[in-house]
Design a protein around this ligand. Structure first.
Ligand code: HMG
Ligand code: MG
Length: 298
């Protein structure tokens, strides 16, 4: 049976904007977060405390976090790849930090400059420090169905990574299709592999829409009982270390599908479309969302 309610995490301000070349001013990022929470999003991935040499767009992380007028009931998360990033993030009082690893060695090297095993050595103290400080911990698992450098990724590699994440104390994980090459049965295999170590309530679907498969992949995940998903308003984004990958599934498209299936999200679709139009206007393009286009053209 399908879940009756889905919890969405909008990753637009982070996953979405990290790939934009021209700097987006902090006040625009803050304005986007405000519009997302006004639309009913209760989890927002705001920014990442990564090296500004690697991802210049996220260099204003602390400014953005400090500028948000926090709304009760909304949880704000940030990416922290190592202790340097975690220590910088703590002052921003995130509700959740995200360590991010990969199911493929090549992607781990390109994205965070170390092997999968080394990444765990870096993440372990971050996870411990976060939990000790009362901050929740999520682990993003990249390339769970395909890798831009290695091609197909096996379910065994996904299970291995999930096991490592569990061992170091990560509380929940994202099954990510980083480059959006996945199709429903492959995504189900990746989720089933993750289920060896995490229960269904602690697995989030994170699907990029490069090949237009993200909604189908979401449905496949829903059928397994997954009820936490990440998406990006206006379909923003991509990863700078995954060339050619486009944004996450648009939050607007996901919300439309879920509501149409009678699944509640707590999100006001019209306000969400406004949030997407706000950031798309700033970027000088149309929202990368069929639903947003349809509503805006009505
Ligand atoms: P490195 O060069 O190996 O790091 O990078 P290092 O430890 O050798 O340090 C080198 C310098 O960077 C030092 O400064 C450090 O202090 C500094 P220096 O002494 O040269 O002046 N440094 C930092 N500065 C700020 N914040 C930090 C930090 N760490 C070190 N946290 C590192 C390793 C992990 C830092 C680098 O590779 C990096 O920042 N990578 C991030 C890449 C990234 O953000 N990718 C996108 C996010 S992942 C994603 O999008 C996928 C996801 O959406 C899921 C999916 O779809 O798959 C999550
Ligand atoms: Mg991503």
């Amino acid at each position: 049976t399908l879940p009756s309610r889905v919890q969405l995490i909008d990753v637009g301000p982070r996953d979405g904007l990290q790939n934009e070349k021209p700097p987006v001013p902090a006040e625009i990022k803050i304005g986007l977060v405000h519009r997302l929470q006004a639309a009913g999003l209760t989890e927002i991935e705001v920014t990442s405390f990564v090296s500004p040499k690697w991802v210049p767009q996220m260099a204003d992380n602390a400014v953005v976090m400090a500028g948000i007028e926090r709304q009760v009931g909304v949880r704000y998360s940030v990416l922290t790849p190592n202790m340097v990033g975690f220590q910088a993030a703590v002052a921003s009082r995130p509700h959740e930090i995200v360590v991010f690893g990969a199911a493929s060695q090549a992607f781990s090297q390109k994205n965070i400059n170390c092997s999968i095993e080394e990444s765990m050595e870096r993440f372990a103290p971050v996870v411990q420090a976060a939990l000790a400080a009362g901050i929740a911990v999520r682990g993003a698992m990249s390339c769970t169905v395909g890798c831009p450098y290695e091609g197909e990724v096996s379910a065994a590699s996904v299970a291995h990574l999930a096991g490592l994440m569990k061992q170091i104390g990560v509380q929940r994980v994202d099954v990510a299709d980083t480059i959006g090459t996945g199709t429903p049965l492959k995504v189900q295999k990746a989720i089933e592999a993750t289920l060896q170590h995490f229960d269904i309530d602690h697995i989030c679907g994170h699907f990029h829409d490069t090949y237009g498969q993200a909604l189908a992949n979401t449905l496949a995940a829903l059928q397994l009982g997954v009820w936490n998903f990440q998406s990006s308003v206006a379909g923003l984004g991509g990863c700078p270390y995954a060339k050619g990958a486009t944004g996450n599934v648009a939050t607007e498209d996901l919300v439309y599908m879920l509501h149409g299936m009678g699944i509640t999200t707590g999100i006001d679709l019209d306000k969400l479309v406004d949030a997407g139009a706000f950031i798309s206007d700033f970027l000088g393009r149309k929202p990368n969302s069929n639903v947003a286009q349809a509503i805006l053209n009505k």
